[in-house]
Design a protein around this ligand. Structure first.
Ligand SMILES: Nc1nc2c(ncn2[C@@H]2O[C@H](COP(=O)(O)OP(=O)(O)OP(=O)(O)O)[C@@H](O)[C@H]2O)c(=O)[nH]1
Ligand SMILES: [Mg+2]
Length: 335
């Protein structure tokens, strides 16, 4: 990949000079080593629609396998957290205004009702935790904790890459922006990908896209998954499916039925049932595949903001990807 040997048509400059020949051998050996490292390296790509949780998983990689954040970086997240608080408050006030049946005197009682309608204005679910902690966040001495960083929302607008060495293997992980306008940048990192982690939020079955108010988010995720799985660039790539935000999904099922959503009116399982709901969406994602090549071990339901959960999920993902890589390169038998 990208490494050329020095024995091109004209030969290396000064090719007959023994002194220079020695240097050239050394350069060749270094290039060889670099090429081998490139070949051994595992390139992972996080793909999925906007707000599905890709950057949160990217942040978890750093928490679990990388170095701690600098004070400067944390300060930047402090600003983001406060800005997220203002956004969520504005949206909730707008919802209260839209709901004329709620009297201002009953706001504290009515807040639960307003919160349940948050999908109407694409409120970020996790930001309720910020509102619950508003005194701490508003205090002069506020320094974001790890969980604040995980809950902070910044839309990704460029491709970001971080490297990790885990148990002697080099990993390169790429995070991209998932909103429609960002997807044309994806192609730049499609070369030599070993594994795609496709992230879809389970909880978005009753939400519409931020960038296209009439499109159901889950429908968009399914279409995107279909196009990724059937993309020739990934013909020899492991595709893992992370069904994220299972914490919010479980909570939402208590008051928002899957079958009430037009695109999922065929849901025939019991209401408010987490397992049936997850299985239903797993089948929807599997239906997107032409060949039935994604086995259940490639599908994980997860909560990206939960470090314990992600430690387990990312660890098993690593094992599956490496085994699948060996199988694809012929070192392990098929099946
Ligand atoms: N409660 C909860 N919140 C989550 C979970 N995963 C992500 N979030 C939150 O959802 C919001 C969006 O997550 P991001 O990681 O920024 O989404 P993204 O896929 O990177 O979005 P783009 O950059 O627009 O493509 C953030 O505020 C996260 O904290 C989850 O499993 N549970
Ligand atoms: Mg992102």
């Amino acid at each position: 990949m990208g490494c050329s040997s020095s024995t091109d048509a004209g030969g290396p400059p000064g090719g007959n000079d023994p002194a220079l020949g020695g240097r050239s051998n050394k350069i060749d050996a270094e290039l060889d080593q670099k090429r081998q490292e490139e070949e051994l390296k595992i390139k992972l790509l996080l793909l999925g629609a906007g707000e599905s949780g890709k950057s949160t998983i990217f942040k978890q990689m750093r928490i679990i396998y990388g170095s701690p954040r600098t004070d400067e970086n944390l300060r930047m997240y402090g600003v983001v957290v406060r800005s997220n608080c203002i956004t969520v408050t504005r949206k909730l006030l707008q919802l209260i205004r839209m709901n004329t049946t709620i009297s201002i005197h009953f706001i504290s009682v009515a807040m639960k009702e307003v919160w349940q309608k948050r999908a109407l204005l694409n409120v970020i679910d996790g930001h309720k935790d910020f509102l619950d902690e508003i005194d701490r966040i508003a205090s002069k001495t506020f320094r974001p904790a790890q969980q604040d960083v995980l809950l902070a929302r910044v839309k990704t607008t460029q491709v970001v890459m971080e490297r990790y060495r885990i148990d002697g293997i080099d990993f390169e992980m790429y995070d991209v922006g998932g909103q429609r306008s960002e997807r044309r940048k994806w192609i730049d990192c499609f070369d030599s990908v070993d594994a795609v982690i496709f992230v879809a939020a389970l909880s978005e079955y009753d939400q519409n896209l931020a960038e296209s108010k009439k499109t159901n988010r889950m429908v968009e995720a399914l279409e995107l998954f279909r196009s990724i799985c059937n993309n020739r660039a990934f013909a020899n790539t492991s595709v893992m499916l992370f069904l994220n935000k299972k914490d919010i999904f479980e909570e939402k099922l208590q008051y928002s039925d899957i079958a009430d959503q037009k695109p999922f009116a065929d849901y025939a399982g019991p209401q408010n049932n987490f397992n049936s709901g997850v299985l239903y969406f797993i089948e929807k994602f599997k239906d997107c595949l032409i060949n039935d090549e994604i086995t259940d071990s490639f599908i994980q339901a997860c909560t990206a903001t939960d470090t314990n959960n992600m430690e387990f999920v990312l660890d098993s993902t690593r094992t599956i990807i490496m085994t699948d890589n060996l199988r694809r390169s012929g070192f392990l038998g098929a099946g």
